[in-house]
Ligand binder design. Structure first.
Ligand SMILES: NC(=O)c1ccc[n+]([C@@H]2O[C@H](COP(=O)([O-])OP(=O)(O)OC[C@H]3O[C@@H](n4cnc5c(N)ncnc54)[C@H](O)[C@@H]3O)[C@@H](O)[C@H]2O)c1
Ligand SMILES: [Zn+2]
Ligand SMILES: [Zn+2]
Length: 386
């Protein structure tokens, strides 16, 4: 089959690789009908995550049709059309019982990205996301093996097109978890840092939950403009102004109820941190988190769906303490949110497909990575079809 494979920083290729086969009795094999490129894939593409090997198949946002099912698969059968969560969870361990699926302690034999040397158990394996997360081949491919098939994949009705449901695999539940973690409800004010796909899904979910004022921060005018038209956000370009200052000035000098960091460790802004990160003296850019802490009101919440790894030295913990802030973060517990989000798509409350800007064949996946990474051609989100 054909699959998008990793060969080094900025070097991904569509190669011919062996077809996946069932390995465990609760596996299925899926023929992929649609797959997408995530902002998280860009961290891999840019060579910012360790433990990738030459030839690894990337991709963790995908859906398709079951073409083979193991003997212990009870909830799916051949021919079923499903969307698959990027998190692989067993459904039975200490954490899965608590619906903390991304903390599943049985699917990843490695330790994840945790740096503390204590003998802590690992979190869940992820599709196509390095050998830190289990080295499971991803879904930017014609076929994929799906482990723990009784727990993750959700069947989707034929009345909904692939594009309407594809983002259930990752960015929609990620935006949703981010606004739930942020405590958004009717009348809330929120600042969403990053107008990429995750920020846009957070804006859509915040609107659905009744948020009154949504500030959105980025420096790509086309992304901010799309978010303003689609979700009625108040756009702030961080190249032009200090976002936290604008937010404070527009919230009776208190700040927003919640701030969402939908950027993560590659946030642009601090030249010093960029240098320190390149020298590996610093794990992440802390600029987005500092902006979040500065923009949120006393007693408010900072919700972090953006990915972080390792140390941040420039973390204003004193301000967070002084303001009495709540922090919530982490990989999305995708499985937990799928039934309700599918309902919201069916009832027309959510239209995640609105953000798609590029539709390309899988054969052009390498070009698609470049377009998404460089924000060429006003790219918001790419969907690939095998
Ligand atoms: N928690 C999870 O389970 C989960 C799931 C999916 C994605 N993610 C993470 O979410 C983050 C966003 O993903 P995406 O697909 O939207 O990526 P993206 O790269 O397309 O979007 C990030 C946006 O942030 C903007 N940005 C950069 N620096 C900024 C700054 N200082 N202030 C404001 N905006 C800034 C960029 O211009 C870009 O538009 C990534 O870190 C990704 O890894 C996490
Ligand atoms: Zn992702
Ligand atoms: Zn588990």
């Amino acid at each position: 089959m054909h699959a998008l494979t990793y060969h080094g920083s900025y070097d991904v290729r569509v190669d011919t690789v062996p077809d996946p086969i069932l390995q465990e009795p609760d596996d299925v094999v899926l023929k992929i009908t649609a797959t997408a490129i995530c902002g998280s894939d860009l961290h891999l593409y840019r060579g910012k995550m360790p433990e990738l090997k030459d030839g690894d198949i990337l991709g963790h946002e995908f859906m398709g049709v079951v073409v083979d099912a193991g003997s212990e698969v009870t909830v799916l059968q051949k021919g079923d059309r499903v969307v698959v969560p990027f998190v692989i969870a067993c459904g039975e361990c200490f954490f899965c019982e608590k619906q903390l699926f991304s903390a599943c302690e049985t699917t990843n034999p490695d330790r994840g990205a945790i740096m503390n040397k204590k003998n802590v158990r690992s979190g869940a394996a992820l599709f196509g996301y390095t050998h830190l997360y289990g080295g499971v081949p991803g879904g930017q491919a014609e076929y994929v093996r799906v482990p723990k098939a009784n727990v993750g994949p959700i069947k989707v009705p034929q009345t909904l097109a692939d594009e309407q449901v594809l983002f259930l695999s990752d960015i929609l539940p990620t935006g949703y978890q981010a606004v739930l973690n942020a405590g958004i409800g009717p009348g809330s004010s929120v600042a969403i840092f990053g107008a990429g796909p995750v920020g846009l899904m957070a804006a859509a979910c915040a609107r659905m939950l009744g948020a009154e004022k949504i500030f959105m921060i980025d420096h790509h005018p086309y992304r901010l403009e799309f978010a303003r038209e689609t979700y009625g956000i108040f756009p702030i370009n961080f190249d032009e102004v200090d976002p936290a200052e604008v937010i404070i000035d527009n919230t009776s000098f208190r700040g927003v109820d919640a701030a969402i960091d939908a950027i993560g460790f590659e946030a642009k802004g601090s030249a010093l941190e960029t240098v320190m990160t390149n020298l590996k003296l610093e794990g992440s850019s802390g600029v987005a988190l500092r902006q979040c802490i500065a923009a949120v009101r006393r007693g408010g919440t900072v919700s972090v769906p953006g990915v972080y790894a390792g140390f941040i030295h420039g973390f204003l913990f004193g301000d967070a303490f002084e303001k009495g802030l709540i922090f919530k973060m982490g990989q999305t517990h995708v499985q937990r949110f799928l039934p309700e989000l599918l309902d919201h798509i069916e009832s027309g409350k959510l239209h995640p497909d609105a953000i798609i800007s590029h539709r390309m064949p899988l054969a052009q996946a390498a070009a698609a990575y470049k377009i998404f990474d460089k924000k060429e051609d006003d790219c918001r989100k790419v969907v690939l079809t095998p």
